[in-house]
Ligand binder design. Sequence first.
Ligand SMILES: Nc1ncnc2c1ncn2[C@@H]1O[C@H](COP(=O)(O)OP(=O)(O)OP(=O)(O)O)[C@@H](O)[C@H]1O
Ligand SMILES: [Mg+2]
Length: 378
Amino acid sequence: MATLALDSLGMAGPATPTAAAGGPAITAARGEAGPGGTGTVRFENVSKTYRSAGGEIRALDDVSLDIPSGAIFGIIGRSGAGKSTLLRTVNRLEEPTSGRVLVDGERIAALRTDGLVALRRRIGMIFQHFNLLSAKTVRQNVALPLKVQGVGRAETARRVEEALRLVGLEGKAEAYPSRLSGGQKQRVGIARALVSGPEILLCDEATSALDPETTLSILGLLRDINRRLNLTIILITHEMSVIREICTDVVVLEAGRVAEAGPVWRLFGAPEHPATRALLAPLTRDLSSDLSDRLMPYPAPGARAVLRITYSGRTPPDLSALVAATGGAVQLLQAGVERIQGHAVGRLLIAAEGPEAEARLRAIGETVEGVGYVAADD
Ligand SMILES: Nc1ncnc2c1ncn2[C@@H]1O[C@H](COP(=O)(O)OP(=O)(O)OP(=O)(O)O)[C@@H](O)[C@H]1O
Ligand SMILES: [Mg+2]
């Protein structure tokens, strides 16, 4: 048995005899809520220091965070910010140096062998490079966690069928991974993660190796299983579009610390921390270079004020109010407003005449800032 591979999948450990009796189906295996609810994760002052010959690396620094049941929770941050380390503390692939991690209200550091095995059964994990065993068929790959648990043949067959159906791979059960596309391989990875009936799914850059179209289909699948199974999903990604597409909440890590956390619409609509702004910069391309080249810091005679209006609330831009507030002399220079979780999020760049426009817009409740001035004939 490939102990190494199992270890990296968080599956290693002795089978408990009770599992052999034949566990419930995927959808029914869940729902045994602990005191904190099903699929909740709480980090309390979690720190992690790696010690090596070269010195110490503080990968996590006093991270406190609540992940509610049923969330699709994104973890973002630069390379080396501590994302994988944080994710891996949830199933104890990493042990914090200090602080506590609670799953369903239970302090997981206290779990001994059987408890840890049971915990890892409740927490599935998928990876960037799928980590499939190439000499085994799709069916055998998906069945692997159940084999480790000692689940009987008939029960295994039933659960594997169900998992393959959930990910839309019914017809590929006998195929070998080498015959599958990247998206299909990740579906196998997801089926293997679901087959034990987890309540939490950890995804470490699960779509990074996929093309944009396949990424969208995998994100659609994750959203679907999140809803159908009320599965809490915690995902790491470098693609901000992935966060925008499916996450409900997001945390930004910077050098092991929480820079900012909250609902996606709020962080994307009004990012406060410089680390968040830097990460979102490609999405929120603000001033085009031709415009920034023409910007003047001071109002030359007849120049128009360039104003940035930010939307991070429920109300979409009210254009007639903008026109009224600016006395009708308003030009839309750039616009990027989209809907995230029912909120209008984004910004408008307008050019308005008169220095009072900014104050009048603020008076009607707009979040507005002056960016500079452009000459009247621009
Ligand atoms: N096993 C380890 N031993 C020593 N240092 C480690 C170990 N694992 C991670 N680190 C260090 O801890 C820090 C955080 O690493 P981590 O893998 O959590 O970052 P990350 O945010 O996932 O980065 P990436 O986006 O590149 O995957 C980095 O400085 C990394 O070099
Ligand atoms: Mg990582």
